[in-house]
Design a protein. Structure first.
Length: 113
């Protein structure tokens, strides 16, 4: 829906509105802390997500994918590509986590790294 909204807004001459898709990833907040008092090293703070979102919106980027502190940008991109291939190949969602596709995913990642 957000993709379609962004496209429609771009069709309007002199439109001052934009739409962006924020994927906050692993973000530590009071709602997601699970009772933990301290943010895990891998998680982002809400402020980090906000800062990146503002930067990406200012740059006119539609997809705002927040990384976490445990994987590289390249690994994040490889995972996203694999997930899109789940759709194209009729695999189940997040197939990389299933035993049936785990080996294929590991081989795929080796080619990326």
């Amino acid at each position: 829906m957000t993709e379609h909204l962004a496209w429609e807004l771009r069709q309007e001459p002199k439109c001052l509105l934009t739409a962006h898709l924020l994927v906050p990833g692993w973000t530590f907040t009071g709602m997601t802390s699970g009772g933990q008092a301290q943010k895990p090293d891998g998680a982002w703070s809400a402020q980090q997500v906000i800062d990146l979102m503002i930067q990406k919106v200012d740059n006119g980027e539609f997809y705002i994918i927040c990384p976490d502190n445990t994987v590289t940008f390249e690994l994040d991109v490889a995972r996203m590509r694999w997930n899109m291939e789940d759709i194209a190949h009729g695999r189940p969602a997040l197939s990389r986590w299933s035993e049936e596709y785990k080996g294929q995913f590991e081989e795929y990642i080796k080619k990326i790294e």
